[in-house]
Design a protein around this ligand. Structure first.
Ligand SMILES: Cc1ncc(COP(=O)(O)O)c(C=O)c1O
Length: 395
């Protein structure tokens, strides 16, 4: 059976992470892996998570099965935190999922079942895992440009032109906030225009939400996505709790779908439960139980909100420092206006390779850097390394 099976090439980013781990140089910098790091370079378990775990240890009476929907109270609490007043009108259903990736895969399977003719439109660039997730269920993919790496600006007209050229029923994947990998988010006026254009051409938004609270605040970061979700007759929103709850390996996330009426919403819910059942049966409980405990307890919730604020403060501090650097022709000033953990620097393959070989600075092959991978004390060395590869390139 396996005679003809060829080994698969490693994911380029995972390969970068592997190379970083094997690099013995003491001053090496990992700007590749997409996890938050504090000023000490740690990715700690949040204080609110530790307290919720202690509470669960004391109070949890059983670990018997939950249904394919997972923890319904978790989905309700998270739905309210993510969608605000847009959640809970009977037309919106929520389902716990194994991380943001699991939620995206559920969404992909649902789209395939509901409309086999739908195409999915992905931003150029987007999170590299979007393409394989949607391809895995056989959905035809298209791409749209939304970002100019040279000017670091949003190309809104190109997004609108792509929507105009799409077929009714197609799905547009958009990042709710802190775009991965560009950091460039839409303004609220642009989100309003997105909702109008989607409705005009009969298109469905899929709002991928992985960094709520990392840009300006928990509610502020969702204003645009909430507007789109609440103003389109049908909408899909995926949530990852990996970053803002620091629950990476607990695989915690959810999928929310808005349908035309309560009967259609129920059809969506039962189909999703069927998809979950034949895939992983039920999502893992521990992370969702933690998130539910935090969101339902005023004291723990306040602590978590403080911690999200601290993570945001670290990211914005590094962004400010980077944006003030003068590095030959490289203009880093737009980084101050961008959001979240990532930026994509307009560096060539050779420059990225030299940063790795000569300076021990690892980043994704696309030039994406994880802002959180830099400590205040690393900024000067990072700037010097960038200068060295840019000077030689200009010479
Ligand atoms: C844009 C985006 N969506 C979804 C995810 C999935 O996160 P996870 O499956 O770890 O919850 C990520 C993780 O990096 C992401 O950046």
């Amino acid at each position: 059976m396996f005679e003809e099976l060829k080994p698969r090439a490693p994911d380029p980013l995972l390969d970068t992470i592997r190379q970083f781990r094997g690099d013995p140089r003491p001053g090496k910098l990992d700007l590749g892996v997409g996890v938050f790091q504090d000023e000490q370079g740690r990715t700690p378990v949040l204080r609110s998570v530790k307290q919720a775990e202690a509470l669960l240890l004391e109070t949890q009476q059983t670990k018997t099965y939950l249904g394919a929907e997972g923890d319904v109270e978790f989905s309700r609490a998270l739905g309210t935190a993510v969608l605000g007043h847009v959640f809970g009108d009977g037309r919106v259903i929520g389902l716990q999922a194994p991380g943001g990736t699991g939620a995206l895969r559920l969404a992909a399977d649902l789209i395939r079942v509901a409309n086999p003719n739908a195409q999915i439109w992905l931003g150029l660039p987007t999170w590299p895992n979007h393409q394989p997730i949607f391809s895995a269920v056989g959905i035809p993919l298209r791409d749209y440009r939304h970002f100019d790496p040279g000017t670091q600006a949003i190309c809104f007209d190109e997004l609108r032109a792509a929507m105009k050229s799409a077929t009714r029923g197609d799905v547009f994947v958009l990042h709710s906030s802190c775009h991965n990998p560009t950091g460039a988010d839409f303004t609220i006026e642009q989100w309003q225009e997105i909702a109008r254009t989607l409705n005009e051409y009969g298109l469905i938004p899929l709002l991928d939400t992985a960094y709520q609270g990392f840009a300006r605040g928990l509610d502020e970061d969702m204003a645009g996505a909430r507007h789109v979700f609440g103003n389109c007759p049908e909408a899909i929103l995926t949530v990852s709790c990996s970053k803002n709850f620091g629950l990476y390996r607990e695989r915690t996330g959810a999928l929310f779908v808005r349908a035309a009426d309560t009967a259609k919403a129920d059809a969506v819910r039962t189909n999703l439960m069927g998809i979950a059942r034949t895939n992983y049966s039920m999502p893992p409980d521990h992370g969702a139980a933690i998130v539910r405990t935090i969101l339902q307890d005023a004291r723990l919730r306040a602590e978590w909100e403080r911690e999200v604020g601290e993570m945001r403060g670290k990211l914005n501090g590094v962004r400010q420092k980077l944006s003030g650097l003068r590095i030959n022709s490289l203009d880093l000033s737009p980084l101050a206006k961008q959001n979240g953990m990532f930026a994509t620097l307009p560096l060539g393959k050779l420059q990225i390779e030299r940063l790795k070989e000569e300076r021990g600075i690892y980043m994704a092959p696309s030039g994406r850097i994880n802002i959180a991978g830099l400590m205040a004390t690393d900024i000067d060395a990072f700037a010097a390394a960038l200068r060295s590869v840019l000077i030689d390139a200009a010479a």
